[in-house]
Write a protein that binds this ligand. Structure first.
Ligand SMILES: [Zn+2]
Length: 189
């Protein structure tokens, strides 16, 4: 199945380039709206979120993961945000989680069970635990979306490498209507 998906994409891509469809998307790597957005990888947000925010190609830097979470202050998400601020002219940060997120209420145990059904052994899980990796904490989602946004905003705002004067906002978007609810107004901080 995945082989034909890849084939379809490559065929489409060849025509896309031949027909110069890319021309209407040409822009620079610097965000016109001087902003970096961290949001969730949810499929419903792929087009909805930019449309609901009046954001187009070239307007913002967009970072995505499962849950719009900054779970580690020195992980790749935080690094991406810092690079956007220092190297790519982003002057504000927005964390935008969403209602009905797959990471909401996600417990580690069923994920580990799925892993075992796909061939990961208990021995591997045990090895991780004995190596000091808290796999359950690592796989755990969040219980409350607003609190999760506040937590991620706090990690970004208080990061020792984040310069002064960069507002960090927190919002929650409705994945059906695109309505944004403000959780943290970073310009007041
Ligand atoms: Zn999500």
């Amino acid at each position: 199945m995945s082989a034909s998906l890849l084939k379809d994409i490559l065929e489409f891509n060849q025509k896309f380039v031949e027909d110069r469809e890319y021309e209407k998307y040409e822009t620079t790597k610097f965000p016109k709206k001087r902003m970096v957005i961290l949001t969730c990888m949810d499929t419903r947000l792929l087009e909805l979120l930019p449309k609901a925010m009046n954001v187009s190609n070239g307007d913002v830097k967009l970072v995505k993961n499962a849950g719009a979470l900054v779970s580690h202050p020195f992980g790749s998400i935080m690094r991406s945000i810092l690079i956007a601020v220092y190297e790519l002219q982003a002057e504000e940060v927005m964390v935008i989680a969403h209602y009905d997120c797959g990471m909401s209420g996600l417990k580690a145990e069923p994920v580990i069970e799925s892993m075992k059904e796909r061939g990961i052994t208990q021995e591997t899980i045990d090895t991780l635990i004995y190596s000091g990796i808290d796999i359950k904490q690592w796989l755990h989602g969040f219980d409350n979306v607003s609190e999760s946004v506040e937590h991620s905003v706090g990690i970004i705002k208080n990061h020792p490498l984040m310069p002064e004067g960069v507002p960090v906002h927190g919002l929650v978007i409705d994945p059906k209507t695109g309505k944004l609810d403000l959780v943290v107004d970073g310009s007041l901080a």
